[in-house]
Design a protein around this ligand. Structure first.
Ligand code: PGA
Length: 318
């Protein structure tokens, strides 16, 4: 009556198989599932044994699905999606006592997303949460593959196939070392900044998109001396005298920032932006996910680390 696979394979193996297939890598699958790579390999071997055919083939260092693997992948995705939906429906029946929230956010949101989850979990201790922090490009890929429940980014993707709402200010401020000659000057023209060595976030970063758009609107181009993929590395490069840069004001939380930085008073700064939270259109939102969305919309001010005036704190150390 039951197919052989049901007797021999486990749901956990199907889940591991789905992640390896999606990421096309045993190593990345192990990282994403918090397992060791040998564990992932053993589970895939056992699943292959149950199926009776190889599911992956390695060509060089790459992993590809075999024909049997492709057939199983379609079925595994359907089974896992159905179970996730049912789990959500059951959690809804239990209200906010249980359930999970999988949040994925762009790099800079790491400065407030853990606090947001912390506050939410302290109110609903039965809820399991996971947080993925990665760059904007990967977030868009994850959203297309429907991997998470909610996404946070600075620059909401356009188009009718996603639903995003702003929930908190995300101003970009121009930063220099405290002993930089421009620190303390008023009304610095943007054209003056365009002559300074500039440290820029990596391609694909929302911060970079906003800066490039501003310079382009003024017919200017920053003199990029160095590209770095981390806000923390950029802050240290500024302090090290390598140049100036503009970052989200959220990167300057007292617990996250060294005190040797100054916010410059530059024309068109701060760039007034907002954090956006959203999901792919048509996605079914569980009670837990809706509660977290409401929490962000109503209480995001709890996550803002600067006072409501928000002006450049030129004479106070950050
Ligand atoms: P980023 O995004 O971390 O990718 O730069 C943040 C933002 O858009 O403000």
């Amino acid at each position: 009556m039951f197919p052989q696979l049901v007797r021999r394979a486990s749901l956990r193996q199907l889940q591991i198989f789905e992640v390896v297939a999606r990421l096309a890598s045993f190593t990345r699958a192990a990282e994403s599932l918090f397992l060791t790579q040998p564990t992932v390999s053993v589970q895939i071997k056992n699943l292959e044994h149950a199926v009776g055919l190889a599911l992956f083939e390695r060509v060089g260092r790459k992993v590809f699905l075999t024909e049997a693997g492709r057939a199983l992948h379609g079925a595994a995705t359907e089974v896992l999606e159905t179970l996730t939906r049912v789990e959500g429906e059951i959690a809804d029946l239990k209200g906010l006592k249980t359930g999970h929230l999988r949040l994925a956010v762009v790099t800079t949101a790491k400065y407030f997303a853990p606090s947001a989850l912390g506050i939410f979990c302290s109110r609903h201790p039965g809820i399991d949460v996971s947080l993925k922090v990665t760059n904007r490009e990967r977030i868009l890929q994850r959203m297309a593959a429907n991997v998470d429940d909610l996404y946070i980014m600075g620059h909401a993707p356009g188009g009718a196939d996603t639903m995003f709402v702003p929930f908190m200010p995300n101003p970009l401020v121009m930063l220099a070392a405290r002993d930089h000659p421009l620190s303390g000057e008023r009304d610095i023209p943007l054209e003056r900044i365009a002559r300074e060595p500039f440290i820029m976030r990596e391609e694909g970063s929302g911060t970079r998109m906003a800066l490039e758009a501003l310079f382009a609107r003024h017919g200017l181009k920053p003199r990029v001396r160095m590209e770095l993929g981390s806000n923390e590395a950029i802050k240290h490069a500024i302090i090290g005298g390598l140049g100036v840069s503009a970052l989200s004001r959220h990167t300057l939380r007292p617990e996250a920032g060294p005190r040797q930085l100054a916010i410059l008073d530059v024309e068109s700064f701060p760039i007034e932006r907002h954090w956006h939270v959203g999901y792919p259109a048509g996605k079914r939102l569980s009670v837990v996910v809706r509660a977290f969305l409401d929490f962000l919309k109503r209480e995001a001010r709890l996550l803002i680390p600067w006072d409501s005036e928000g002006g450049p704190a030129l004479d106070s150390p950050l």
